[in-house]
Design a binder for this molecule. Structure first.
Ligand code: CMP
Length: 163
């Protein structure tokens, strides 16, 4: 198995996904693609933690709304493993703005918020999910959200039938 192509990436199901009761169908999208969940927990983050997770965005105009949103209820954080999983997961999740996200993606199928609307209302875009943008970001975010002992090693049937 070309081990260097097996990656781990961080996925967050945001408060809107949990409060809308759609975490099951969202998680299914990753399972259906044969991706493997190797870490998972429910966490209610505070503002200090939000600033760490969104450190690249803290100075942006939209950050206060984003912080209010991400700290408004519990999130589910997951480590998702698979073949080039960083890009694979981003493809399944779709564009950041649900209004632009293609049908067939999580954001395109389960949401439709636009920046034009949320900017006018002064609220965060409700886009259900966060997924690491690249391999470096994935490593940093997994270390922020998970202790090493919370990430598990086990075999799925896909390791027999896909890998
Ligand atoms: P997420 O995938 O969690 O990563 C960064 C977040 O910043 C993104 O989803 C959005 O919630 C938010 N974001 C990024 N760009 C914008 C924007 N132009 N306007 C409002 N929110 C944004």
């Amino acid at each position: 198995m070309p081990k260097n192509l097996i990656q781990q990436t961080l996925v967050l199901l945001k408060p809107d996904a949990i409060q809308r009761g759609i975490i099951g169908p969202i998680i299914s999208r990753f399972e259906q693609a044969g991706l493997k969940i190797v870490g998972m927990k429910m966490v209610w983050v505070d503002k200090a933690f939000s600033k760490k997770h969104y450190s690249a965005h803290v100075d942006k105009k939209f950050y206060p709304g984003l912080e209010n949103f991400i700290t408004s209820g519990p999130v589910i954080s997951m480590v998702v493993e698979g073949i080039q999983s960083v890009k694979a997961v981003r493809k399944i999740v779709g564009s950041t703005e649900p209004h632009q996200a293609s049908p067939g993606t999580i954001r395109g199928d389960f949401a439709h918020h636009s920046y034009e609307y949320t900017d006018k209302k002064g609220i965060a875009i409700k886009n259900l999910i966060h997924a690491s943008g690249n391999i470096k970001e994935a490593k940093k975010e997994i270390e922020l959200w998970f202790k090493a002992k919370e990430i598990h090693t086990y075999k799925t049937v896909h390791e027999t039938h896909v890998y």
